[in-house]
Design a protein around this ligand. Structure first.
Ligand code: 5GP
Length: 119
C-alpha cells in the first residue's frame, strides 16, 4: 500500500459528498457517481488496501465484511432475486482507476456480458 491518499479516503472522511447507502464500523457503501447500471454501488473498507489481493492477504475477515456489505446493499436495493454482479477491478487492464480497493455492486436491470475491450 502506498501512502498517497485517494478520493475514497476523502469520501470516507466526509470531505467529499457521496450518497451513502450502507455503513458499518469498517465498511462504507455509496453510489457510484457515474452509474453503469440502474443500481451501481461501491463498497469500500475504511482502511485502504490497493486492491482485492492486498486486502485478502492482509485481512481476510475484512474482505468477508466487504462481501457481506455487498450482499446487504443488494438486499437494500431490492435486487437479490433479480440478480446482481460484484466486481473488483484490479490494476490497469481491468480499468482500476481508484487505488483503494472497492467492490462494484451492479444490478437493477439485465447486465451485459463483459470481457475483451470492444469485442
Ligand atoms: P474503478 O474504475 O477504479 O474500478 O472504479 C472507480 C469508480 O469510482 C468508477 O466507477 C467511478 O465512476 C467512481 N468514482 C470516481 N469518482 C467518484 C466520486 O467522486 N464519487 C463517487 N461516488 N464515485 C466516483
Amino acid at each position: 500500500m502506498s501512502d498517497a491518499e485517494t478520493l475514497f479516503e476523502r469520501i470516507i472522511a466526509r470531505e467529499i459528498p457521496a450518497e451513502v447507502v450502507y455503513e458499518t464500523e469498517r465498511v462504507l457503501a455509496f453510489r457510484d457517481i457515474n452509474p453503469q447500471a440502474k443500481t451501481h454501488v461501491l463498497v469500500v473498507p475504511k482502511v485502504r488496501y490497493r486492491n482485492v489481493a492486498e486486502l485478502a492477504a492482509a485481512d481476510a475477515g475484512l474482505l468477508g465484511e466487504v462481501i457481506g456489505a455487498a450482499e446487504k446493499v443488494a438486499e437494500l436495493e431490492g435486487i437479490v432475486e433479480s440478480g446482481y454482479r460484484v466486481v473488483f477491478n484490479t490494476e490497469s487492464d481491468a480499468g482500476q482507476t481508484v487505488f483503494h480497493v472497492h467492490a462494484h455492486v451492479l444490478g437493477g436491470e439485465q447486465l451485459g456480458f463483459f470481457g475483451r475491450y470492444g469485442g
